[in-house]
Design a protein around this ligand. Structure first.
Ligand code: SIN
Ligand code: FE2
Length: 206
């Protein structure tokens, strides 16, 4: 089932926000960050089941999941080092589209191989929901699903392409969302294919 035409208040879909040149520059930066803070495979709390995405973070805090639960922490779970800083280009994005006076503290970097997906979930491990979540897509296109604030309701599908930005703010901040599938080979931005998604978050109360 599909929702009506309108997106919820506070949801922004900004197709082609980043030019191809911007995207290449951003990927260049991400390569350096991933060399410093390698992608790791998180596991689900309790069950220990591996996520199909690999992840790392930038910023003062990073989102991690392991047998003990989901949380934000200042250190990479494998290296024990602090996360690299969030680059200016992403801070600028937050300031332009986020409508939030306080800066982001975390940038979760998710890497999806062509077979990876992400089940419907809310982003609710932050201590404030007054700040938005701002997301950038790079590489292969993905089918993104947006639901409402209750699990299992009707959803809308959006094909997110490289350079697109999505904002979950206001009434949309706690909307369920997920990635149904990746369209492998739909972009040549990443040399090994797949998709990178960056999500900027504010964790502390504003
Ligand atoms: C997420 O919800 O953390 C990722 C969304 C996306 O990959 O676009
Ligand atoms: Fe999410």
């Amino acid at each position: 089932m599909q929702m009506g035409d309108a997106f919820p208040q506070g949801f922004q879909y900004l197709p082609g926000y980043f030019s191809e040149k911007d995207q290449r520059e951003l990927v260049g930066l991400l390569r350096e960050f991933v060399a410093e803070a390698p992608l790791f495979t998180p596991v689900m709390p309790r069950t220990g089941k591996e996520f199909s995405v690999r992840m790392t973070n930038l910023g003062d805090l990073g989102w991690v999941s392991d047998l003990k639960g989901y949380r934000y922490q200042a250190q990479h779970p494998v290296s024990g080092r602090n996360w690299p800083a969030i680059p200016e280009v992403l801070i600028n994005l937050w300031q332009k589209v986020g409508h939030c006076a306080a800066p982001p503290e975390a940038c979760l970097v998710n890497y999806y191989a062509a077979t990876a997906k992400m089940g419907m979930h809310q982003d609710r491990d932050e201590k404030t929901f007054d700040a938005p979540v701002v997301s950038v897509s790079l590489g292969d296109a993905a089918i993104f699903k947006l639901g409402g604030v209750k699990r299992g309701g009707p959803t809308k599908s959006l094909r997110l392409q490289s350079g697109d930005v999505v904002v979950l703010g206001g009434d949309a901040r706690l909307c369920y969302h997920g990635i149904d599938r990746i369209q492998g080979g739909s972009s040549s931005l990443l040399k090994d294919g797949g998709r990178l998604n960056l999500t900027l978050r504010r964790v502390s109360p504003i």
